[in-house]
Write a protein that binds this ligand. Sequence first.
Ligand SMILES: [Mg+2]
Length: 101
Amino acid sequence: MEFKELQEKIVANAISYGKRYNVEIDEDFALLKLYEEVWEYTQAVLIHRRKSRPEKFLSEEKSKEELAKELADVVGMAMVNAHLFWIDLEEAFTKKWFNNK
Ligand SMILES: [Mg+2]
């Protein structure tokens, strides 16, 4: 799947979420939700690295699965933010990560 196609599917999913739960998917929501997802990823890392309360520990396989899900949420919400702020993420990646002149 191409990057733009992936982004379009993620944005469509966010819009569908907004309609289902009557939540306006605007720039404020997207930023706050990104922070929420970063927090969830942080918690997943703490659990995966066994630096949380022992009752939260999961098997290696399950905690890795949770890490992947939460990181996907972070990247997905970053894509929603880019869409709402009219940012071409592919272009931004190229400029920021690959053009170090
Ligand atoms: Mg999440």
